[in-house]
Design a protein around this ligand. Structure first.
Ligand code: GLN
Length: 536
């Protein structure tokens, strides 16, 4: 029988519920259990695909083409879990399922209500994960205890636990024990109140995980245990980690969190082997090959979460190359009015990530020209790849007004154009080219050398593509088509001749990188950038 763990959060948002849930999953997997994870988000968008990264951070894309919450990225990176369309539900998605069913006559004669119809739909979304090949499902509830909008989710998991019987489900509550500077002390009251809110709606946390800046003292633990109604040993500290988020599971395991979880679920406590994980963490802490500075030129730079998977993948490539990757975040618009040397003069490698809309595109193109003409390793991703093609068309092929049809309706050289099957689509939600597609890499390319493979599969999220009408002209001047869709109709990877490392791909490799297995392109990019450290 599949067991369930529900992870809720209290006091404030941004406590790292996703990382905590993913850490638990990783530890349980290391103890031999097959774990699946899902996230419930209490907002009304059907998925985060139409939201600005400034609102929500990055949109994480799964193999099966779901546009999801970025916490799913943590699930895949920590626990090697493959998420899919059923791994992320929002209030909007739950409601639209219920309303669709109502229109179809699925509730004929009944008044459709939040309780029981919405809560039943939530329980259905959770139990859909209950397949025979999975031992434990971890469900993270987004939002903070006390939010009005997360109430139906909390009521649904209360019912779920009640119906699943003893030792089959448990509640983990993540809270904050803040340090109050003026008093010089840590305070447990917010956590007590957060648990009181949960109790009011019938949820008794089994385990309490406390985010804190300083260690919890015996006194704190006693208070939390007594007033939150959990045994002392089930009060777990999750103190801020020093070097990397990948230390979190190690810290939790040291307090036996995973052991307690298994005991509470009445499951055997198998051996825990963290050798590879600890070695990886040690590589982060001791980068024997020094440091390398990478410039990331984007337009959502001010919010770190917007490029979450990019930054993670860069750090994984650092781990694989045993080097500390220092990321210089560069607002692309800043490049539009300043000299490139001033802003880019100190970076060893340059990455231009994906994006939408014309703001900042000129800065990205300027940065790419700088990387191309100064032999700086360059890695372009999605829009970054499209900008690389525009730059090449303008400055090497003399198509001075070359542009993407996304940004210019008047250009005489739309070297990037809307994909054929996108031309009739006007709805914005879930309509891009999404998810994993195969790609063939050409002999002798940097990409093929990095992947050590001729055929790969990568995740996509775009509407525009390289316009095949211009390919011959681009090829004539030295652009290399290093990867295409198997039918050769879509350009997937471009490179440059006579450049140390210039690789740009239409897909998003960052979604498939993990700390134990860095993505080959990121690894190759960092290796090439390390060779360029002579610059400054
Ligand atoms: N805006 C571009 C497109 O839709 C690139 C998308 C992206 O970078 N994810 O094709």
């Amino acid at each position: 029988m599949t067991k369930h763990i529900f992870v809720t959060g209290g006091v404030v948002s941004s406590l790292g519920k996703g990382i905590t849930a993913a850490s638990i999953a990783m530890l349980l997997e290391q103890r031999g259990y097959k774990v699946k994870m899902q996230k419930m988000d209490p907002y009304l968008n059907v998925d985060p695909g139409t939201m600005s990264p400034f609102q929500h951070g990055e949109v994480y894309v799964t193999d099966d083409g779901a546009e999801t919450d970025l916490d799913l990225g943590h699930y895949e990176r920590f626990a090697g879990i493959t998420c899919n369309k059923s791994s992320n539900f929002t209030t909007g998605r739950i409601y639209s399922n219920v309303i669709k069913r109502e229109r179809e006559g699925g509730y004929l004669g009944k008044t459709v209500q939040v309780i029981p119809h919405i809560t039943n739909e939530i329980k259905l979304a959770i139990s859909m994960f209950d397949t025979s090949d999975v031992d434990i499902v971890i469900t993270e509830i987004g939002g903070t205890a006390g939010d009005i909008e997360s109430l139906p989710f909390l009521e649904a998991i209360r019912q779920f636990k009640h119906e699943s019987g003893r030792n089959n489900s448990l509640f983990v509550h993540l809270t904050l024990v803040p340090f109050i500077k003026a008093a010089g002390e840590m305070k447990t009251k917010p956590s007590q109140q957060s648990v009181a809110i949960l109790r009011e709606i019938g949820i008794m946390p089994d385990l309490l995980i406390c985010r804190c800046e300083h260690p919890l003292t015996e006194e704190h633990i006693e208070k939390l245990s007594l007033f939150c109604n959990v045994p002392k040993e089930f009060v777990i500290a999750e103190q801020d980690v020093q070097n990397t988020i990948y230390e979190v599971p190690v810290e939790l395991a040291a307090q036996n969190l995973d052991r307690y979880v298994l005991e509470l679920l009445n499951l055997p406590v198998n051996n825990l082997d963290l050798t590879d994980w600890n070695k990886m963490v040690d590589n982060v802490i001791n980068p024997v090959n020094g440091e390398v500075k990478i410039g990331v030129v984007g337009k959502y730079i001010s919010l770190r979460d917007s490029y979450k998977s990019i930054y993670e993948a860069l750090s994984h490539a650092g781990i694989a190359n045993r080097v500390k990757v220092n990321i210089k975040m560069i607002e692309s618009e800043d490049l539009e009015n300043s000299s490139e040397d001033e802003i880019l003069g100190d970076v060893c490698g340059l990455l231009v990530p994906g994006g939408f809309g014309s703001r900042g595109v000129d800065g990205k193109i300027k940065a790419i020209k700088y990387a191309r003409t100064n032999n700086i390793p360059f890695f372009g991703i999605c829009l970054g790849m499209q900008c690389a093609v525009i730059e090449f068309a303008r400055n090497v092929c003399a198509m001075t007004d070359a542009h993407s049809a996304e940004f210019s309706t008047t250009t005489t050289h739309p070297v990037i154009d809307l994909m054929e099957d996108q031309k009739l689509i006007s709805a914005k939600g879930g309509t891009m080219r999404l998810g994993a597609y195969p790609c063939n890499l050409s002999e002798g390319s940097n990409a093929r050398a990095s992947y050590e493979s001729a055929s790969i599969s990568e995740r996509h999220r775009h509407r525009y593509e390289v316009n095949n009408k211009y390919i011959n002209e681009l090829l004539d001047k030295g652009l290399v088509i290093a990867g295409t869709s198997p039918d050769k109709k879509l350009v997937e990877v471009v490179e440059l001749k006579n450049h140390p490392w210039f690789v740009a791909c239409q897909y998003h490799p960052e979604f498939k990188s993990t700390p134990l297995k860095a993505h080959p392109l990121f690894k190759g990019f960092i290796a090439a950038s390390m060779k360029n450290r002579v610059r400054k």
